[in-house]
Every structure is written in structure tokens, then in C-alpha cells.
Design a protein. Structure first.
Length: 430
């Protein structure tokens, strides 16, 4: 789309600023193309508004995702804390298991020692103790001792069985704790995966929406600049057509006067011819004296060999040539707002007014196929149709239109094509 309108602008420039005045049909074609540009601008405006809504929705969804992310992270933190608690419980279970196993080992050792002694001494040991007693009283005492020993053996066996049961219970508890820990770890990983997927999908959606909006805005800006340039060139066409019509009318009047003179008597032919010559000389002199009296002179450089002078005494901040993927069709001079701008050469103002990205714009036709442009002015001191002299103040430096700071954007167009102004300027601007 953009290349199409660039071709339109180039064609309109060649027609508008060339030596041939465009036909009415050509002007109508250019007007239709301008209408198409505005229609596309309107459509892009609607697309941009829709893209803005989509971008807003994507940002809102991203904000929701951030909230969800915060919630999930809170849950993850809780799970992590629970995992740590479970790890502590597992460590405690392991410690209890070690204690129970140690106690069981002690009971088993004691039982083994007693069993070994009984095996070594034989089953007659308790009876031998009774036979060796001195009297009935000692026998009864030894009988009580034997009963206590037997009871102790029974308790020892029961303690061993209880210890073994406790060990098994601790082991089962340890396994349950371990299973729960693994389940919680799996839950934590699942939550982390969900968070990552949510973050990735929302971020991609928001980035895509922002990219689409930026693309549409860039296309809109480019097309707006193209349409603005096309409007300027159409106005130039109209101005050139008007001037051509005036010139044709003058030629017709002169031809009619010439025919009337031919019909005059021979005695007045020489006189009439002299009057016509004097009238022509007077017209030429009058034309030379109408070169703009409005405004003072702006300070710039001396005229070059081509007769052009720098319009502003200020440093060049950007040269003619490619910039940001497109042609920068002029020279920028940075200066304070309100600095006077002078006409680069004498000529006629063919446009003075607001023109989209150019801001306040003045176009001067120098009657030799060259038109100069002075953009982004804060205010203008000349109007369309006014004749200006070289160096005459035509306006003041500003920051209007598509501008990032106060400066003058100066262009030269030759037969409709933008050329480097330095081809017509010599030395520096001051």
C-alpha cells in the first residue's frame, strides 16, 4: 500500500512541478487517488482502534495472568513450606526408627544372653537352686527369685515383640510420609508448569497485540505523510493551472491587440508598435518592482553561483538522504523557536498554510523549474500569490507537524523530483 502511494506522490510531483501543466483529467485522477488515500486512512483508523481494543484486552488478560501467577506462587510457597515440614517429619521418623531399632537390638541381645546361659547350664538349674537352700525360709526366698526371673523373661519377650511391632509401625509411617512428600513434590512441579505456561501464553498474546498495533500505527503514519504530500502537490497543480490560465488569457489579449494593430492604418503602425513596446517595458518593470515588500530580511549566507542562499543561519542537524528506511527529502537546520527564515531566492509563494506532517509550510516557485519548501514553522509572514525577494523573512522557526524539536526542514524540488539542497547552496549556512 505504501509503495503505491509513493508512486502516486512521485507522479503528482513530476506533473505539478514540471514544465507541463496537468490536464483536468490528470488532476481528477490525482484527486481520486487522494480520496483513496483518505479512505484507506479512515479504514486504518478503524483497524487501529480495533487493535487498541485487542491490545487493551491482551494487557487486561496479562494482568489477570499476573494475579493468577501471584495466587499460584502463593500456593507454591505453601507447598514448599509443607514439603519442608514433611522433610522434618521424615527426619523425625527416621530418628524414632533408629531409636526403636536400637532398643529392639538391646532386648534381643538380653534375651539371647539369657537363652545362652540356660542352654549352657541346663534346665535343672532352678531346681538345683532350691536343693542348695539352707532351710525352708531360704527355699521360699529362692522360689520367689525364680518367679521374678521367669516373669522378667516373659516381660523381655513381650518387650521384644512390642519393639518389633513399633519398628514395623515406624517403617510404615515413614513410607506414608515419604509417599506424601513425593505427592506434594509432584503437585509443586505441576503448579510450576502451570505458572510457566500461563506466563508464556499471556506474554506472547500481549506482544503480538502490541506488534500489530505498532505495525498499523506505522502504516497509518506513513500513509498520512504520503497523503499530506499529495495534497500539497495537488494544490501546486491547481496553482500552476491558475497561473497558466492567466498566462493564456494574457496571450489571447495580446494576440487580439496585435490583430487590432494590424488593422490600423499604416501611418499609425509605427506609433502603435512603439506604444506596445513601451507598454511591454512598463509591464516588465512593474513586475520587477512587485517582489515582496512585506517582512524584513532573515540573516543567511551569501547567494551561491546558482543564485540560492541558505534560508537560516543555523547548524545543519540532518542531511538529505535515507533515514529510518525512507528518504529524508531535505536538510534540517536546528534553531531557536522564532528564528527568522529567509527565502532562498526570489520567487512567488504558491502555498502557505498547515499541511499535515509538514506543519506550517511555505512553498516558493522560483520560475526556473525549482520549488523550495520551508516546513515546521511556528508562524508565517507571507501568503499565496505573494512575490518575495531573496532573504525576505517568510516565517519563523517552530516545532509544528511531525517534528521532535524546533527546526527548519528545507527542501528543493526540480521538475517535481526532490534533490539535495546542497546542489544549490554553497559553503555553510552562516
Amino acid at each position: 500500500m505504501r509503495s503505491r502511494f509513493l508512486r502516486v506522490v512521485a507522479l503528482a510531483t513530476a506533473v505539478a512541478l514540471g514544465t507541463v501543466v496537468p490536464t483536468a483529467g490528470a488532476q481528477q485522477a490525482e484527486q481520486r487517488q487522494l480520496e483513496e488515500a483518505h479512505a484507506r486512512l479512515d479504514a486504518l483508523g478503524r483497524e487501529i482502534r480495533q487493535a487498541e481494543h485487542r491490545a487493551d484486552d491482551a494487557e487486561a488478560e496479562l494482568a489477570d495472568a499476573d494475579e493468577r501467577l501471584a495466587e499460584v506462587e502463593a500456593v507454591v510457597n505453601e507447598v514448599a513450606a509443607a514439603v519442608e515440614r514433611q522433610r522434618g517429619a521424615v527426619r523425625e521418623a527416621e530418628e524414632r526408627l533408629e531409636r526403636v531399632e536400637a532398643e529392639a537390638a538391646e532386648v534381643a541381645d538380653a534375651f539371647a544372653d539369657r537363652a545362652a546361659r540356660m542352654f549352657k547350664e541346663g534346665p535343672s538349674v532352678p531346681f538345683q537352686l532350691l536343693l542348695d537352700a539352707d532351710g525352708a525360709q531360704e527355699a521360699m526366698t529362692r522360689t520367689s527369685y525364680l518367679r521374678v526371673i521367669t516373669q522378667a523373661d516373659r516381660v523381655t519377650i513381650e518387650s521384644l515383640e512390642a519393639a518389633q511391632t513399633a519398628v514395623e509401625a515406624e517403617r510404615e509411617r515413614f513410607q506414608a510420609e515419604q509417599d506424601r512428600l513425593e505427592a506434594m513434590l509432584a503437585e509443586q512441579q505441576e503448579l510450576l508448569d502451570e505458572v510457566e505456561q500461563l506466563r508464556r501464553s499471556r506474554a506472547l498474546a500481549a506482544a503480538a497485540a502490541r506488534d500489530e498495533l505498532a505495525r498499523l500505527e506505522s502504516e497509518h503514519d506513513d500513509l498520512e505523510q504520503d497523503a499530506a504530500a499529495l495534497e500539497v502537490l495537488i494544490r501546486e497543480q491547481q496553482e500552476l493551472a491558475r497561473r497558466q490560465a492567466e498566462a493564456d488569457e494574457r496571450r489571447r489579449a495580446e494576440a487580439a491587440a496585435s490583430r487590432a494593430a494590424d488593422r490600423s492604418t499604416a501611418s499609425r503602425s509605427s506609433t502603435s508598435g512603439g506604444e506596445r513596446r513601451r507598454a511591454a517595458d512598463g509591464t516588465s518593470a512593474a513586475g520587477n518592482t512587485t517582489a515582496g515588500s512585506a517582512g524584513g530580511a532573515a540573516r543567511g549566507s551569501a547567494p551561491s553561483s546558482s543564485g540560492f542562499a541558505w534560508p537560516l543561519c543555523a547548524p545543519v542537524t540532518s542531511e538529505f538522504g535515507p533515514r529510518w528506511g525512507r528518504l529524508h527529502a531535505g536538510i534540517d537546520q536546528g534553531a531557536r523557536t522564532g528564528s527568522p527564515i529567509g527565502a532562498a531566492k526570489a520567487g512567488t509563494v504558491i502555498f502557505a498554510g498547515w499541511q499535515g506532517g509538514y506543519g506550517n509550510l511555505v512553498l516558493i516557485d522560483h520560475h526556473d523549474g525549482v520549488v523550495t519548501a520551508y516546513a515546521h514553522q511556528s508562524s508565517m509572514t507571507v501568503g499565496r500569490g505573494q512575490s518575495v525577494s531573496q532573504g525576505q523573512t517568510i516565517g519563523y522557526v517552530g516545532n509544528t507537524g511531525n517534528s521532535t524539536g524546533p527546526h527548519l526542514h528545507f527542501e528543493t524540488r526540480v521538475n517535481g523530483s526532490a534533490v539535495n539542497p546542497r546542489q544549490y547552496l554553497s559553503g555553510g549556512p552562516c
